[in-house]
Design a binder for this molecule. Structure first.
Ligand SMILES: [Zn+2]
Length: 73
C-alpha cells in the first residue's frame, strides 16, 4: 500500500485520494464550513475579510481556496 505524509500534520498515512489524514480532514471540513457560511452571508468578501472576520489563518484560507473549496468572487 502506498504511504504518504498528511499535508496538514505531516503524519504518515496510507495514501488515498485525500491529501489529509482523517483528523486533519475533520478540521479542514470545519474550517471550510465556517468560511463557506461566512461567504454566504458576505458575498464578495476578500481573503483578508475572511481571515479578519473568522480568525482562520490566511495560509489556511489560501490552502482551502487552492483546493477549490471556496468560490471567491
Ligand atoms: Zn494530519
Amino acid at each position: 500500500m502506498p504511504l504518504a505524509n498528511c499535508k496538514g500534520c505531516g503524519k504518515l498515512m496510507i495514501s488515498r485520494k485525500m491529501p489529509y489524514c482523517p483528523d486533519c480532514k475533520t478540521k479542514q471540513d470545519l474550517l471550510y464550513r465556517q468560511i463557506r457560511d461566512y461567504l454566504k452571508e458576505n458575498p464578495g468578501s476578500t481573503l483578508l475579510d475572511v481571515h479578519t472576520n473568522t480568525g482562520i489563518p490566511i495560509s489556511t484560507v489560501i490552502e482551502l481556496r487552492k483546493e477549490d473549496y471556496i468560490p471567491y468572487s
